[in-house]
Every structure is written in C-alpha cells, then in structure tokens.
Design a protein around this ligand. Structure first.
Ligand code: C5P
Length: 399
C-alpha cells in the first residue's frame, strides 16, 4: 500500500521513525512528508534511510511534477505522527500553507492522526473543538496516551506508541470480513448505558454512547446473522436494517435481554449496565429547598444480567461479556479480567480501557478478547467496526 507519513514539529517526532520503520517492514511503500519544524527534531537522512524514499518538505520543490497534489492523490492512507496542536488547528481550518497541508487536502485517502502535546494544550478548548471537528469529518484520532510527557509532568498528551499507531491506521483500511459466516445465527446484542431515575428529571447514568454495540449489530447483520439490538439510551442512531428494542433502566434491559436470549444462539452484553439503582424514585422533582445542604441517596443492587444469562444458558449458546476498566497496568488489567470471567461465567470477555478520553463515545477502540479460561484469543485496535469484526471472528471460528 502507498502510505504517506506526515511528521509535524514536536518532540515525539523521533518516535515517527518507529512508525515509518514498522510500515516499511510490513511491506508498505512509505512517503514521508515532514514540516520544517519536524526536521528540527529528527534528521532527514534518518527518515530517508528508514523509509527508503526521499523525504519531501518544500512546497516549491518538484513543481514540474505537481508534487503538492501528486503525493496526496497517490496515497492510499495518510498517517500524521506526531500531530501537534498547531497542525491540528491548521487541519481543522483546512489550511494548506505547506507541503503536508497540500498533500492532505489533495487526498481522498483515510487520514489517521496521532496527537502529541502537553496536557494543557490537549485540554485547551481550542484543541478540544478542533479534534471534535476532525472526528466529525471522519478523521481517525489515535490516542494520545496518558503518561510521562517531555518535561517532568505526566498526563494525557503523550503520543501513542508507534506499533499502536500503525495497528490502528492499518485497521482503518483493513478489508471487511467475509460476509455470510454467521448466516442465520440469532444474535442478541445489548448496547448503550442504562439510566436509573432519581426523580422525573434526573438519573444516575454512564458515558456509554452505544457505538460499539451498534457497530457489532451492523457487522453481525452484514455477516448474515439475525440480530436483535437492545439499546439502552443510545446516543447515536441505530441501524435501520436491524431489529431494535429501546430500554431505559437496568431492570428493563434485564427483562428484554432474558426474553430475547431464550431463542438466541449468541448474546453479546456490550451495554454499560448500572450496578445500583435508587431504592425509591421521587414522584416529584427533588428540591434543594426541602433537602438542605446534603442529599442522601439509598442505592440497591441491580441484577447482574451477564451472570444470570450465563448461569441459565442453553446448551450451545455463547455468551460474551464486556469489561470496561480504568486500570492502566496491563498485567493488573488481565488479572481483573480473569477474575471477572470466573465470576460472571461467560464464554468470552472483551476487555477495554476506558477513561476520560478513551473508550466511551469515541470512534476508536482497543480490546483484548479472553476465553472462559482467561486465555487471550484475540486483540484489536481500530475503528469500532474493525473491533466488532474481530469480536465476531471468535464466533466464526467456533461455528
Ligand atoms: O461487573 P461489570 O459491570 O464490570 O461487568 C461488565 C459486564 O457485565 C458487561 O458485559 C455488562 O453488560 C454486564 N453487566 C450486567 N449486569 C450488571 C452489570 C454489568 O449484565 N448489573
């Protein structure tokens, strides 16, 4: 594949060498387009040696071959790593002041960017708004990771590791899975997040948008399955060609899922389910005038739907659970996941990291799939569609 790697001027530019190298070793033809600022951080000879191609920077070189658009037109994938706050702002504004800007504007290829900057810059409202604009345009944003930054500080803003960027970028252009391998299988998928009302206007909820569950429903239907999607407060439109049942609370989700599971071959519990609900729901709005300075809520446990479905599963029925965890240490995360599988009794568990900026409501996801004995049987990074297909591959292999 013809891949353009854009490098902009941040300290993390040295890590772009790892991105270029991984792509070249995977057999891709890589054209580096660096900004002038990028070349202050990493040497042109290094990039030329690693990419095995000349490195272009200047808008006014190669004019005869119309280089400012030719590179973008020939690209099948563009990756910008690192993407600085300044570059992200230029991209959001559609500016083409340099060769990289021209290359991107002249290209119809998927664009993947790996932001790198200090936490304050990443969280600055200008950057937040620019990233939202880019995501709306279908640009894929990988990371940034949370960790040690260039100075003594640490936090969100560190560029994702080169291998993660490469995996996410290649997943964006990965061919769709073979359709038809789930022909006729009845699959129930829960999506979204349950909400537990406190009074007629307020609820306790979570930040799940339902995107991953919907991606699973779309992918399963494309592969021939008969899908029932049970959506809890979905924040995005459910697909028109899939049967959707909308629910609000955990008890409603439990009821709908148990009914649908009675005839299903597979149940995938992608919904984020509230573990507790208020023991009473106030008939009228709870008012601070009558409550005073503190408000005591009494919460009671909700049923664990995944556990109960697994305990009641029919012979041959496959139950897949999700574990959205904030633990960042990979070894610790695996321990948590393995304990969860044992507790829930499901056949597979899809483990993903969630946090303030990862997992929920984004278009990208990174998951590890474990089987009932806690062995890793799959891993995926990329769009939620790509991740959905990797999860469904587990079913395909089993059938
Ligand atoms: O226990 P935890 O919430 O981490 O487990 C997550 C998995 O369990 C998800 O698959 C979720 O859909 C499911 N779950 C459930 N019922 C609950 C809580 C979680 O089915 N009450």
């Amino acid at each position: 594949m013809n891949i353009v790697v854009g490098i902009t001027g941040g300290i993390a530019a040295y890590k772009a060498v790892g991105v270029v190298r991984a792509l070249v070793l995977a057999g891709h033809s890589v054209q580096v387009v660096a900004t002038d600022a990028a070349l202050r951080f990493v040497g042109k000879p290094t990039l030329e040696a690693i990419s095995r191609n000349p490195v272009y920077t200047d808008l006014y070189e190669g004019v005869a071959e119309v280089r400012h658009v030719a590179i973008g037109q020939a690209a099948e994938l563009i990756i910008v790593a690192p993407a600085t706050a300044n570059f992200i702002a230029q991209l959001a504004g559609g500016f083409a002041a340099d060769l990289l800007g021209n290359t991107i504007l002249a290209s119809r290829a998927p664009l993947v960017i790996a932001p790198a900057m200090h936490t304050e810059m990443w969280q600055n409202p200008a950057t937040v708004a620019n990233i939202a604009t880019l995501r709306e345009r279908g640009i894929h944003v990988v990371g940034p990771a949370i960790g040690q930054l260039t100075g003594k500080d640490s936090g969100p803003g560190r560029m994702s590791e080169p291998d993660d960027i490469v995996a996410a970028a290649l997943a964006v252009v990965a061919p769709a899975a073979e359709p038809g391998d789930l022909d006729g299988r009845q699959i129930v998928i829960t999506a979204g997040g349950t909400r537990e009302p406190l009074d007629p206007v307020r609820f306790i909820g979570n930040r799940s948008s339902g995107k991953q569950g919907i991606a699973l429903a779309v992918a399963a239907a494309a592969r021939g399955a008969e899908v029932t999607l049970i959506g809890a407060n979905l924040e995005v439109d459910a697909p028109a060609h899939v049967t959707v049942e909308h629910v609000g609370t955990t008890l409603e989700l439990a009821e709908a899922t148990h009914v649908a599971a009675a005839t299903a071959d597979v149940v995938i519990m992608a919904a984020a389910v509230a573990d507790y609900r208020p023991d009473t729901v106030a008939e009228g709005k709870i008012r601070k005038e009558t409550q005073g300075d503190t408000l005591q809520l009494n919460l009671v446990r909700n049923p664990d739907i995944l556990h109960d479905l697994s305990a009641a599963r029919r012979p041959g029925q496959v139950i897949i659970g999700f574990a959205a965890e904030t633990e960042t240490d990979p070894a610790e995360l695996l321990l948590i996941a393995r304990a969860k599988i044992a507790r829930k009794g499901c056949d597979y568990l899809v483990l993903n990291n969630v946090g303030w900026t990862t997992g929920f409501a984004t278009d990208l996801n990174t998951v590890t799939i474990l089987n009932a004995t806690g062995d890793i049987v799959g891993e995926a990074t990329g769009s939620k569609t790509t991740v959905a297909d990797r999860i469904l591959d587990v079913l395909s292999v089993r059938s």
